[in-house]
Structure formats: C-alpha cells, structure tokens
Design a protein around this ligand. Sequence first.
Ligand code: NAD
Ligand code: 4TP
Length: 330
Amino acid sequence: MTGVPAPIALTCGEPAGVGPELALKAAANLEGRVPFFWIGDPRHLPRTTDIFEIDDPAEAMHVPTGRLAVLRHDFARPTQAGTPDHANAQGVVDVIGRAVSLVRSGKASAVCTAPINKKVLQDGAGFAYPGHTEFLAHLGGVDRVVMMLACPQLRVVPTTIHIALKDVPEAFTPDLLDATIRITAADLKRFWGISNPRIAIAGLNPHAGEGGAMGHEEGDWMIPLIASLKAEGYALKGPMPPDTMFHAKARDGYDVAICAYHDQALIPIKTIDFAGGVNVTLGLPFIRTSPDHGTAFDIAGTGVADPTSLIAALDMAWHMAHASAKGPTK
Ligand SMILES: NC(=O)c1ccc[n+]([C@@H]2O[C@H](COP(=O)([O-])OP(=O)(O)OC[C@H]3O[C@@H](n4cnc5c(N)ncnc54)[C@H](O)[C@@H]3O)[C@@H](O)[C@H]2O)c1
Ligand SMILES: N[C@H](C(=O)O)[C@H](O)COP(=O)(O)O
C-alpha cells in the first residue's frame, strides 16, 4: 500500500532489563495496530515465546495478530533477567546501529529504543556516549539534537542532559539554549503541526534568579537571548520561576517547557505521567522514540513491568512517521 510508512524498528536494549518482556506485552497489546519488529536474540525472550521470525522488515507488516516479529540478532550469550552480562554489551550497541541503518535505508520508518543501561555499556563495550541521544546524534551525523519527554499533559526539554549538576552552569550557554529552542520549535511544527509553538523557558536559578539576588544567568544572557528570539518571531515566555511553571493552569500556557537541566525537566513529567511518558529525540535525520524509563533490573523477569510507556513510544513513532510521510506543515 502506498503512503503507509515502513514498520518501526524496536531495539532490544539491555537484554537483562525489562525490554524483552515489554516488547512481547506491546505486541500483544497493539495487535498489529502499529507495525514493528524487534531486533534481538530470541534466546533473550521468555522461553515460551511464540516468535514470528522475519528475514526482512517488510514482513512485519503482516504479522499474525499479537505475535512479536523478530529480526534475529545473535548475541554472545543468553541472559539472566536482572543480571547484565558485559559479554552482551557490544551486541546492545550493534543493534542500535543496525536499527539506524534500517531506518536510513528506508526499510524502517523509525527507531524505537528499548532501555539500555549506560554503565553496563560503558564498562562492557567502551560505549563512549552518555546515552542513546548522543550516540544517535553521532550515527545521524548531526552536531545538535534535543531530548524531549512528552505525555498528554506536558512536553519538556532538558537543555543540558547527562552531566553532573555541578557542571550545568558552565554547559548551559546562550548558544546551546538558542539551538535547543530552534530545533524544538522546528520539530513541533514538523511532527505535531504546531506552526508557532508556545515555548516556556525555565530559569536556571530559584525564582528565576530573583532579579540577580539568586544568580546572574537570567539577567546576564537569558533575558536578552529570549528577547532576541522573540523579535525573530518565536513565541517565548520566561525565564520563568521553575517551581511555578508545571502546575495544571501554568501548563495551559505553553506547548513545551525548555528547562536548564535533566531533573528540572524530567521530575515533573515523570511525576505527572511516568507510565505514559515518551522520550523523543528531535533534530535527528530520522525518527527516534523511547520509553521514559530504564532497564528496571529490580523487576526484570518478574512479569510486573508496565508496557504503557513502550506502547506510547511506538504510537508516537508511528504518528511521527505518518506526519513525516505527509510532508511539511504549511
Ligand atoms: N530509555 C532509556 O534507555 C533509559 C531511560 C531511563 C534510564 N535509563 C537507564 O536505565 C538504568 C536504570 O535507571 P533508573 O534506575 O534511574 O531508572 P529505571 O526506570 O530503570 O527504574 C526506576 C524505578 O522505576 C521502576 N520502573 C521502571 N520501568 C518500569 C516499568 N516499565 N514498569 C514498572 N516499573 C518500572 C523500576 O522498577 C525502578 O523502581 C540506568 O542505566 C539509566 O541510565 C535508560
Ligand atoms: N534521560 C532519559 C530518561 O530518563 O528517560 C534516559 O536516560 C534516556 O536517555 P537516552 O535516550 O539518551 O539513552
């Protein structure tokens, strides 16, 4: 059928985490509504799994309802839920690379990444990136990308991501915030049809600096930068006091909140909707989403992991693939 995007490539993520069991739950729940295939080692799925092994991603468009389409990727070893094995670390990285190759070749319409454990990859495979986001920017050949977390009630962006809190003030620069605003606005228009997104900018400091009494970044450069971008036509407000910009009424006033650092952005969204949040990377030359949680070693293999975030990530990737296929918003 023309106009129907190619299936989504779902990476297996850390095989000792909740990724494999959640892939099965997502396939059963979606019942083919969102076509995807899982790239991984069948030995890492529960033994009783009745997999639908495919040789080509296109076969994932015709999977018997509820079954998981598997594009096999052999790993060094089987896995033990909750106990990562460094011998499998390179396989986790290779699967991400394979998924990106498939989406770049048009065989897949998007990449959805199951959770990885950064430390395991760094120790087991010399993984040189803080996480998927930076690795995918490298694979996509782009210098700057944006991490956005989204749920029905809120979209947030941390301008700085996986760095120590003590390093945030130095890393949080006018250039980085400028690029983050531009990338975020462009992709909200491209994928969600918001022609001029209302963007709330959180201050770095408590009370957005209290007029300089509690920090100087807002007065020194944030206020001038926001004024300059508003003059270009961006619909910006801020710098806002971070503690009063996430309650329900405040959220009605913007389409996305851009924050200074990881937890300033991720605490509110994971508090509002941990189960339904989605991590989406903006600014890539391909679509990428991910659940908003991690490998959850403490519950892996117990059967209690909630697939809602993975299902939401697959749904969002499918929405974005259709938006991309339709072409730019006028
Ligand atoms: N998308 C990703 O790849 C991603 C996202 C977040 C964290 N991580 C990585 O995962 C590892 C562990 O991170 P963490 O401990 O901060 O967060 P985590 O999300 O793995 O676990 C935090 C808590 O949430 C629970 N939880 C997580 N997912 C759940 C689910 N689907 N259903 C029910 N409960 C769930 C866990 O049991 C745990 O108690 C780290 O290496 C981190 O970097 C990866
Ligand atoms: N900060 C993300 C979250 O908490 O959801 C998570 O670490 C994933 O980051 P990557 O997608 O860069 O791996």
